[in-house]
Design a protein. Structure first.
Length: 567
């Protein structure tokens, strides 16, 4: 028997070695083919070839076959990569830049207290040149890179001042810009805290910890709203630390499962929890992804928090970076992650794609059922479903058109230039006369909006002309089309409430910056208002009913069934 075991072990080892040897041979062969092809094309193609651009195109096309998260980062993009995925600090002005369709480069947002603000720049100012280099027609990312630099260094700007309509030279000393993970925290009525977490980059957990400490210093907390809406994620370890703020030590919170043993890991809470019993509501939406879903999924599986809002994005993948020659880098998907109940919330199957090359959505029939700690039923393969759904109200199409054409921003700049001050963010309102002035502004800007009805009408007219139908019918359709065009003012009036709210928020940001926008929004945001209602001390029993899975709260997001616990 001993000899048989030795023989089998040797056979398995030999087989494994053969497989590895075959894999290495295929890898070497393909690399040799690729290198030879690249060399021949670069040397012999009839037109001049940019070898670097050709290589990047080939790499990007190859990685596109995998998933959107595996990407090649050339040396020139390393700083942007670091800001997006790792760190929140950079040397620069503290301003967000926008490239308009007409090629103008304008300041779209200024961060309070940083270089641009101290230099007296305003939202709406047009940047004409940076250190003598004209920027008209450049991409916003390129202009942003020109504005970045070492802290304490100077950059010379030629500005078309939006307030005075004059061209001037402005010398700005670059600051160390810190874009915090926690963009806003506030104490709401009834002792309820609110924390807006935008990302999970370095220091995110420490920032949440500090925000909680500051809120508690103002008085006892009866509950907390953790807002993860539009948070695309970041560093997995930061999400684990944030969960640990609310969950006792020693709890399994996420499992990482990859092909290689180095990428198989189970994460546990490792420290004493700061607030293990504080009532907690987590807000998510369709743009909450990755680390946001790790937090929401773990707190849901452990029945530690009520998840409220919309279904999350469904990104159950983990990426890792690897250094490449000549200071380039590769970010590659190395694992999937699983919540404490064992579910992977990945919504798209990148291993299988349709005829157009798009990843296929995980089929309802393949979604497995799991249970939370108290036995509530949850499901994999489709993001994190909220315990309580607050359906998103679709923006009117005309509002989307106004945003896309930057007309809300332009009017807010005009309003700011003609009004020295406004009431506090929570009190500011545009009057009916202000809204009428806005409509006049749109006419002056020759705002055009094609409603869905108008587009369908034009398509129908074209079809009639192509098919040679009655001239009278065509005339009738033209008459109807003119009536639809004359209805543009009515469309703007019917969307008045939504347009007015967005316009007010944009104007508030001119005077009170980002914090002002949050202060304005928190009094009108239906998700925040619903969360506040749930966390009212008198609603403690209802809060416990959700987390104990009573009645309709026992099944969360069953495939093919409307969310049982929606409200």
């Amino acid at each position: 028997m001993k000899r048989i075991i030795i023989f089998l072990s040797f056979g398995l080892l030999l087989t494994g070695f053969t497989i590895v040897k075959q894999d290495l041979f295929e890898l070497g062969k393909n690399l040799e083919i690729f290198a030879a092809l690249y060399r021949q094309v670069s040397q012999h193609y009839v037109e001049p070839v940019d070898a670097g651009a050709l290589m990047k195109t080939g790499i990007d096309a190859m990685l596109e076959e995998l998933d959107p998260y595996t990407e090649f980062i050339p040396e020139t993009s390393l700083e942007d990569f670091r800001l997006k995925y790792v760190n929140t600090q950079y040397g620069g002005l503290g301003a967000r830049i926008l490239a308009k369709a007409n090629g103008e480069i304008v300041i779209a947002e200024i961060f309070e207290g940083f270089a641009a603000h101290k230099a007296g720049l305003h939202v709406g100012d047009q940047i004409l040149a940076i250190d003598g280099r004209p920027v008209q027609g450049k991409e916003a990312d390129e202009v942003s890179r020109l504005l970045k630099g070492e802290e304490g260094s100077r950059v010379q700007l030629r500005i078309n001042d939006s307030k005075t309509a004059t061209i001037k030279e402005v010398s700005v000393v670059r600051d160390n810009i810190i874009q915090p993970n926690v963009s806003y925290a506030n104490r709401l009525p009834h002792g309820i805290g609110y924390i807006k977490l935008d990302k999970f980059l370095n220091g995110a957990a420490d920032e949440v910890h500090q925000a909680l400490t500051d809120l508690r210093e103002q008085g006892a907390l009866n509950g907390l709203i953790l807002d993860l809406r539009n948070n695309g994620g970041g560093i997995l370890q930061e999400s684990v630390k944030i969960i640990n703020l609310f969950v006792n030590q020693g709890e399994k919170v996420v499992v990482q499962q990859g092909k290689e043993q180095d990428n198989v890991f189970t994460y546990f809470t490792s420290r004493q929890s700061l607030l293990p019993n504080l009532p907690l509501v987590v807000l998510i939406n369709g743009n909450s992804a990755s680390a946001s879903e790790i937090v929401a999924g773990a707190l849901q599986d452990l029945d530690r928090a009520i998840i409220l809002g919309e279904r999350s994005f469904g990104k159950g993948l983990v990426q890792q970076t690897y250094r490449l020659p000549y200071n380039n880098m590769l970010k590659v998907t190395v694992a999937k992650y699983y919540t404490p109940s064992g579910r992977c919330i990945q919504a798209l199957d990148y291993a299988h794609k349709d005829k157009d090359g798009k990843a296929i959505k995980v089929n309802d029939s393949l979604m497995a059922e799991f249970t939370t700690r108290v036995g509530r039923k949850v499901y994999d393969g489709n993001g994190v479903f909220p315990d309580i759904e607050v359906a998103a109200k679709k923006q009117p199409a005309v509002l989307q058109a106004l945003v896309k054409q930057f007309l809300l921003a332009d009017y807010a700049t005009q309003y700011y230039n003609h009004h020295e001050n406004i009431p506090a963010p929570g009190l500011f309102r545009l009057t009916d006369a202000d809204y009428a002035d806005f409509l006049t502004f749109l006419k002056m800007k020759q705002f055009t909006y094609s409603s869905r009805s108008e587009k369908l009408m034009r398509h129908l007219k074209t079809s009639i002309e192509e098919e040679g139908l009655s001239v009278n019918l065509k005339d009738e359709l033209t008459s109807l089309e003119n009536k639809l065009l004359a209805n543009d003012d009515q469309i703007l009036l019917s969307a008045k409430a939504e347009v007015k709210m967005q316009l007010e928020k944009e104007i508030v940001s001119r005077y009170y910056f980002q914090k002002g926008k949050f202060t304005y929004a928190e009094k009108r945001d239906k998700d925040i208002l619903k969360a506040q209602d749930i966390l009212q001390p008198e609603h403690k029993l209802a809060y416990q009913e959700v987390l104990s899975g009573k009645g309709r709260y026992g099944i969360i997001g069953k495939p093919g069934v409307h969310l049982a616990s929606s409200e």
